[in-house]
Design a protein around this ligand. Structure first.
Ligand code: SF4
Length: 483
C-alpha cells in the first residue's frame, strides 16, 4: 500500500496545515519559549508562564504542551520555559518577566527523582525527555526547586504546581530516594495552589475565577486542587463536601500504621466516580486541604483536548542537540483513552489519571491518524493505538449508579466485577477503521495488553465466584465477546 496524498474531504476537519506532505510549521506555531518569540507575537506581557523539567515537545502526549494549549484556547498569552538553568544567575526564571495571572510549575512527565535515579538509587546517565538523551537538565525535586526560586524572585506572583511529581506528593508521602516521610509538596515548595491528576478541568476553573476578578488567595474550593491553610486561619467552606481527616504528618512520622491508614483513605477518595469528601491533613503549622476530584472526561471533552493546535513536534531549538527519545517513541502513536481500572499496587497511573476511563471518539482518533500520515518521515507504520492499558477503551460499569458507591481499587482484581462491561467490540471496531486508512500499512499495539480481560478462564472464574446476575455466562466467551 503506497502513501497517498490526502484530499480535504477525506480528512474531515483536519487543519489545512496538515495537507502538505512536507509539513514545516512556522516558529509562531509553537508556544513561545524566549523573549524574542514573545515579541514576535506582539505581546508585552504574558498571562501565564509555565516552567517544566522536560524539553518542550508540542504534542498531546506531553502534559506541559497540553496545559499550554488549553490555556491558549482560553485566549491567554502563554509561554513555556523548558528546563531552566537553576544553577546560574537564574536568568531563565526572569527572562519573560512577570505573568499577569500566575506561574505554572511541573517537574515534567515523570517525577524528577525517577528521571534521575535508578531503582538502586544510582544516577542515570541519560534522560529520555531531554534533547540528545542527556541527563543533568533538571534538578532533584524539580517542583520544589523551581517554585522556591520563583517565590524568592517574585514573592507576590502566585505559583501553581501540577504534574506527576506534585500530584502524587500532595499529602504526606514516603520518599524512596531519601527513605523518609515527607510532607505535602505544597508545604515543601511554598507554592500557592496544587492541581492533582490530569489538570485541564481544574485549571480552566481556576482561570475562569481569576478572570471574574476573584483574588487568587480566595480560590480554595475548586475540585481537584489542594491548598495550604495556616493554622490561625479558618478552613474554606464548601457545604456540599464532607471533611475526612487523615492522621497528621507528625503522627505518621511516629507511627507507620497511621501512615498506612491514610493511604487507604487517599486511594478510596481519589478513585471516587463523584467525590464529595474533602481530605484534611494537619502538617506543621498549617493544614493541607485536598478537594475532591472531578469525574472522568466525556468523549467530547477529551476529543477537544486532542484537537488543540499542536504542531506534534519538539520545539525547533532542539534540532542541533539531538533527538528526544520520549518523542521518538510516541511520534507515530495515538493515545485513545485515559485512566486505568487495573489497580496494580506497583503502578501510579490510576493514582494520577483515575480509575475511570475517558475514551476518545472514533472520529477524533481517525483525524489524528490522518495528521500523523502527513508527517514528513511517516512511512505508514503506526506504533501504537493505546492508552495506560491498551484494551480498556470505552469500558466502564454497566450501571454507573453502582460505580458511584464503589470503593474497590480495581475493577478486575481479585476477580472481574460483575458490573464491568469488558466488551472489546468498540476497540476492535476502531482497530478495523484505522487499518482501513489507505496511508496506514500496519498498526502495532505498543501499550500493555491486559490478558486477564481477554481470558475466558479468568472471566469464567469471575462469573462462577460471583453471586450476581452474570454468574451464568458461557465459559467459552468473555463478557461482550470479541465481536
Ligand atoms: S462497581 Fe465494578 S465496574 Fe464499577 S467501579 Fe466498582 S469495580 Fe469498577
Amino acid at each position: 500500500m503506497g502513501v497517498h496524498w490526502i484530499k480535504p474531504l477525506e480528512i474531515g476537519q483536519a487543519t489545512n496545515t496538515y495537507l502538505c506532505k512536507m509539513y514545516r510549521p512556522d516558529i509562531k506555531e509553537w508556544l513561545p519559549t524566549t523573549l524574542k518569540e514573545v515579541k514576535q507575537r506582539g505581546w508585552d506581557q504574558l498571562d501565564v508562564i509555565l516552567f517544566t523539567g522536560d524539553a518542550y515537545i508540542d504534542h498531546p502526549s506531553f502534559g506541559n504542551a497540553v496545559i499550554g494549549r488549553v490555556l491558549e484556547s482560553m485566549g491567554l498569552k502563554v509561554a513555556i520555559v523548558a528546563q531552566p538553568n537553576w544553577k546560574d544567575d537564574l536568568r531563565d526564571f526572569r527572562k519573560l518577566g512577570v505573568p499577569r495571572l500566575f506561574f505554572g510549575v511541573s517537574a515534567g512527565v515523570m517525577d524528577s527523582m525517577v528521571s534521575h535515579y535508578t531503582a538502586a538509587r544510582r544516577i542515570r546517565s541519560n534522560d529520555a525527555y531531554t534533547a540528545g538523551n542527556q541527563s543533568g537538565y533538571r534538578p532533584d525535586y524539580a517542583v520544589k526547586v523551581y517554585s522556591g526560586i520563583l517565590k524568592k524572585l517574585f514573592p507576590e506572583v502566585p505559583v501553581v504546581i501540577g504534574g506527576v511529581e506534585a500530584s502524587l506528593r500532595r499529602l504526606a508521602h514516603y520518599d524512596y530516594w531519601q527513605d523518609e516521610l515527607k510532607p505535602s509538596m505544597l508545604a515543601l515548595s511554598g507554592a500557592d495552589l496544587l492541581i492533582y491528576g490530569m489538570g485541564e478541568k481544574p485549571l480552566r476553573e481556576v482561570v475562569n475565577l481569576l478572570e471574574k476578578g476573584v483574588p487568587f488567595d480566595k480560590i480554595t474550593t475548586v475540585r481537584q486542587t489542594s491548598v495550604f491553610v495556616p493554622a490561625h486561619k479558618e478552613l474554606p467552606l464548601n457545604k456540599n463536601w464532607t471533611d475526612v481527616y487523615l492522621n497528621s504528618y507528625e503522627d505518621c512520622l511516629k507511627d507507620k500504621k497511621a501512615f498506612a491508614e491514610n493511604f487507604k483513605t487517599i486511594e478510596v477518595e481519589s478513585n471516587a466516580l463523584e467525590g464529595f469528601n474533602r481530605i484534611i491533613q494537619k502538617t506543621g503549622d498549617g493544614i493541607i486541604v485536598v478537594n475532591p476530584p472531578y469525574s472522568f472526561l466525556s468523549s467530547d471533552e477529551i476529543d477537544d483536548l486532542f484537537e488543540l493546535p499542536f504542531t506534534r513536534l519538539p520545539h525547533p531549538k532542539y534540532k542541533k542537540r539531538g533527538a528526544i527519545p520520549a518523542y521518538e517513541m510516541i511520534k507515530f502513536s495515538v493515545n485513545i483513552h485515559r485512566g486505568c481500572f487495573g489497580g496494580c499496587s506497583f503502578c501510579t497511573i490510576s493514582a494520577h489519571q483515575g480509575k475511570f476511563i475517558s475514551s476518545r471518539s472514533g472520529d477524533s482518533v481517525l483525524k489524528e491518524v490522518m495528521k500523523i500520515a502527513q508527517l514528513p518521515d511517516f512511512k505508514g507504520y503506526l506504533t501504537d493505538l493505546g492508552g495506560p492499558s491498551a484494551n480498556m477503551y470505552k469500558m466502564q460499569g454497566r450501571d454507573l449508579g453502582i460505580c458511584r458507591k464503589c470503593k474497590r481499587p480495581s475493577c478486575i482484581f481479585p476477580k472481574i466485577c460483575f458490573n464491568l462491561n469488558t466488551s472489546h467490540k468498540e476497540l476492535t471496531a476502531l482497530y478495523k477503521k484505522v487499518n482501513a486508512v489507505p496511508e496506514i500499512k500496519k498498526v502495532t499495539i505498543g501499550s500493555g495488553i491486559r490478558y486477564d480481560l481477554l481470558s475466558p478462564s479468568h472471566n469464567k472464574k469471575a462469573a462462577a465466584t460471583s453471586t450476581n446476575m452474570l454468574s451464568s455466562w458461557p465459559a467459552t466467551m468473555y463478557r461482550g465477546g470479541l465481536k
